[in-house]
Design a protein around this ligand. Structure first.
Ligand SMILES: Cc1ncc(COP(=O)(O)O)c(C=O)c1O
Length: 484
């Protein structure tokens, strides 16, 4: 019987048992989980056990069946989604928080580091001064928080209070079709409905057209709907495009509409001198998001929102009083014990009360490599996308869909004998997945199915750009020769 033992295991001993499995996984040579799906599913299924097997046995099962059949996304050659493996420091700092910070509240080093890390992000990315930051679980929630504050601000301007009375007017939120679908969901969750989204046309670089935006805003003045926010991409998921932030910000100011910038993926791009100027308009933003679990190498579950009008944010998200908290802590009195006060009340600025210690993770990541280290990573990855573009342009059987702005490069294989190039590129991508070394995603650009690497992982290095292009060429040639 092991039910009592959970309290007295020795964590460091248990961790050392897992070392082998971690080392094995981090060689990134594991076959895809589907290759042995029947065996690990059999080992990991069954009904709820009435007696436990004890920690050592569980760790044995994690090492034998779980970790070896984990994700391909951690592989350095995997460039498909805008998440990646945590750096080792990200994993270690997460563990420290799990062990020593069961809550982010209290006058603890962890609560303090939330603030330090938010300030460091704001300083590193040159965000407008005076914005209040809050960590959340990632871009989805970060967008929700920014747009929640936007909703409050817009409604208050017409004498309404959606936080207390609900959404009583039809709304409009302006963004391009390249805005992340979590923006649409946030608008829906905030009660404005997905139909509130207005898609602003884009130019040939997939950037929001300011002229089109102005036209839509003028046209919409005739309607009763309340313009709540204009959402710009600082690095779109599909192509890495950056909307013209300065022009959009000026339009937003002119029309007195909240300006939200989704930088979940691309905000760190501002550190690359080659694209830094594209971020100038950030100074006009009312809310800005960035995900540490993307380019910064944090484990999944770490995003941040920065908001100019903290009152609007507070009115939307404050959780109200709870006797068990208010009577346990002091407000303005002398704090002698870390439990006397709740520390900075981040829980009033987002949707979580209990939350992991995300600040400590971001603090540790930046402390480890400094701004210079982050900048080197960003510049390397953007450079890799440009390198892919150069290689593509030098190959007659490859075609560039779009000049890269950040670390995404969209291209496809072409051949004069093939009429359905979308089908051909789909097959190439399938084979890349099967080979399991260079694993980009695909996307659609101007109705063309293209190969889309997004270079992001801390372990992803220059040779991965060349390796991917060479493998696409090899597979393409092979498929063409089979068709003859
Ligand atoms: C631009 C952008 N915004 C928001 C999100 C959603 O972020 P998350 O998956 O962390 O919720 C993503 C995810 O890739 C993204 O690229």
């Amino acid at each position: 019987m092991f039910e009592e033992k959970a309290e007295c295991n020795n964590l460091s001993d248990l961790l050392s048992q897992l070392t082998g499995a971690i080392e094995q996984y981090q060689r990134f040579e594991h076959p895809d989980a589907m290759s042995t799906v029947d065996s690990w599913k059999a080992a990991l299924s069954g009904s709820v056990p009435s007696t436990g097997i004890g920690a050592e046995q569980v760790i044995g099962e994690i090492g034998q069946h779980v970790m070896p059949n984990g994700s391909q996304i951690a592989k350095p050659g995997c460039t498909s989604y805008i998440t990646t493996a945590a750096t080792d420091m990200g994993s270690i700092a997460t563990l420290a928080g799990i062990v020593a910070s069961p809550q982010r509240i209290g006058m603890t080093a962890f609560n303090h580091l939330e603030g330090v890390a938010l300030n460091w992000l704001a300083e590193m990315f040159d965000l407008p001064t005076g914005m209040q930051g809050v960590f959340s679980s990632g871009g989805s929630t970060a967008n929700l928080i920014g747009l929640g504050a936007a909703r409050q601000s817009a409604f208050e301007q017409v004498g309404l209070d959606p936080a207390n009375d609900g959404v009583q007017r039809a709304c409009k939120v302006y963004a391009t079709e390249h805005s992340h679908h979590t923006v649409h969901r946030a608008v829906a969750v905030l009660g404005m409905g997905r139909n509130a989204m207005v898609h602003v046309p884009v130019d040939n670089m997939m950037r929001l057209s300011p002229t089109a935006l102005k036209g839509l805003l003028l046209e919409d003045k005739k309607s009763d709907a309340l313009p709540v926010a204009i959402v710009a991409n600082a690095g779109s998921t599909n192509t890495g495009s950056i909307d013209p932030l300065q022009e959009i910000g000026e339009i937003a100011r002119e029309h007195n509409i909240w300006f939200h910038v989704d930088g979940a993926y691309g905000l760190p791009g501002t550190l690359d001198p080659q694209v830094h100027d594209l971020y100038k308009g950030l100074a006009l933003a009312d809310s800005i998001t960035v995900d540490a679990h993307k380019w910064l190498g944090a484990p999944v579950g770490v995003g941040a929102t920065f908001v100019r009008d903290v009152q609007a944010q507070y009115k939307t998200f404050n959780q109200g009083e709870a006797a068990y908290i208010e009577t346990t802590t002091v407000q303005n009195e002398h704090v002698e014990n870390s439990m006397d006060a709740i520390g900075f009340p981040y829980h009033d600025l987002g949707v979580e009360l209990s939350a992991p210690a995300r600040g400590a993770i971001v603090w540790a990541l930046i402390r480890e490599i400094g701004v210079e280290g982050v900048k080197a990573r960003i510049c390397r990855h953007n450079g890799m996308a440009r390198r892919v573009a150069d290689l593509v342009k030098s190959e007659p059987n490859l075609e560039l869909a779009l000049e890269p702005t950040l670390s995404v490069c969209c291209f496809r294989y072409v051949h004069e004998n093939v009429s359905d190039l979308n089908e051909l590129n789909k097959k190439i991508h399938r084979q890349l997945m099967k080979n399991g070394v260079n694993i980009p995603s695909t996307t659609m650009v101007d109705s063309k199915l293209v190969i889309r690497p997004c270079f992001l992982g801390a372990r992803t290095d220059w040779h991965h750009a060349d390796d991917l292009v060479n493998e696409v060429l090899e597979i393409g040639r092979e498929l063409i020769s089979q068709e003859k």
